[in-house]
Design a protein around this ligand. Structure first.
Ligand SMILES: [Fe+2]
Length: 349
């Protein structure tokens, strides 16, 4: 798979310098342990057909919906990126001055030197067809708080640099003839510290590839849905253009990953709206962990990021009230845990 990336994209992305990359099938036990000890699961592939209650959309339907979204997009909001507004990426950078219809033209005539792609499209057809996390995932864990359906339109040669999806677990499914190669790393402290050194900068994969641990390489076509575990680092290369449909969720095993993400300061360079999303995922995951009586895991995760969480609680009243409610759920926690975390670090309600 990496040879395919080299052939189509060249050597400048650093894939040759990745130490000991494996596939899901050939993953050594050492790397499996890194994944299982730091996040919800190892990445996995699932039957994509189970993800659509009403059957997968046709590419032409997604193209029509995308054109409609482009036509109705508000130029005022396009100039100020928001989580609810799609984003145009051109030659590796977000560029809202580029006509988004260029991306559709590149679906049928890819341009290696001026590749453009769209992220964050909210298309009604995805909701209408009942997009969901496939029930088969329950072999691994129960998905909670499923939300945030988005669509990316990525022509051939689209490269999405190394990033983390705000702490949520993710499900992604290519639609049509799309083919992608995913490089994923577990959110170990070492990997997240490295990620912090290039936070907000370009060329992240090329710069970090030699030093990250636990790389797994995965190929997806429209037959497979990929689970991206919470806070994992990942980059993608599109070998055959098309749409990618994504959905977020969390699990009762994801809390430590989100906590490690926050304790390493990887929320700090995000836009305010995205930063809020990180803390919302922490709160949801904390709620799920405590509801499932994973008390020691919840306490450990809180302590790992305590300074950061206390600071956020101090300035965000609504979040503070919600988290206090979560900690107060079990009566015995009201006495022993709640005062430790809140009464000395946050203002009274
Ligand atoms: Fe992502």
């Amino acid at each position: 798979m990496l040879q395919d990336v080299l052939h189509e994209f060249g050597p400048s992305f650093g894939v040759l310098s990745i130490p000991d990359p494996s596939t899901l099938e050939s993953m050594p036990e050492k790397n499996r342990s890194l994944w299982l000890s730091t996040t919800s699961s190892v990445p996995s592939l699932l039957d994509a057909s189970q993800s659509w209650r009403g059957g997968a959309p046709r590419v032409r339907e997604l193209v029509m919906d995308t054109l409609q979204k482009i036509e109705s997009s508000d130029s005022a909001t396009a100039a100020h990126h928001s989580e609810s507004q799609f984003c145009v990426n051109f030659q590796g950078e977000v560029d809202e001055t580029v006509d988004p219809r260029v991306v559709i033209s590149q679906l049928v005539d890819a341009d290696h030197n001026k590749t453009a792609f769209l992220t964050g499209l909210r298309l009604s057809i995805v909701d209408d067809l009942g997009f969901r996390v496939p029930p088969d995932i329950c072999r691994l864990f129960e998905p909670f708080s499923e939300s945030n359906n988005q669509v990316n339109l990525t022509p051939k040669y689209s490269f999405v640099d190394l990033h983390i999806d705000y702490g949520a677990d993710g499900l992604s499914i290519p639609v049509g003839d799309s083919r992608k190669i995913w490089l994923l790393w577990p959110p170990t402290s070492s990997n997240l510290r490295a990620m912090k050194t290039v936070d907000g900068q370009r060329g992240r994969l090329a710069r970090l590839a030699p030093q990250l641990e636990g790389c797994v390489v995965v190929e997806t076509t429209s037959a497979q849905a990929i689970h991206i575990p919470a806070a994992s680092l990942h980059a993608t290369f599109t070998l055959q253009g098309g749409f990618l449909v994504t959905r977020d969720f969390t699990t009762s095993n994801s809390l430590m990953a989100i906590s490690t993400l926050l304790s390493n300061g990887l929320d700090e360079n995000l836009p305010p709206e995205a930063r809020t999303v990180c803390f919302e995922w922490f709160e949801r995951c904390l709620d799920i962990s405590i509801t499932h009586r994973k008390i020691s895991e919840a306490v450990s995760a809180w302590l790992r990021a305590e300074t950061k969480l206390a600071s956020w609680a101090y300035s965000q009243r609504a979040w503070r009230v919600s988290v206090r409610r979560v900690f107060c759920q079990p009566l015995y926690l009201n006495t022993f845990v709640f005062p430790l975390f809140f009464s000395t670090t946050t203002p009274s309600l």
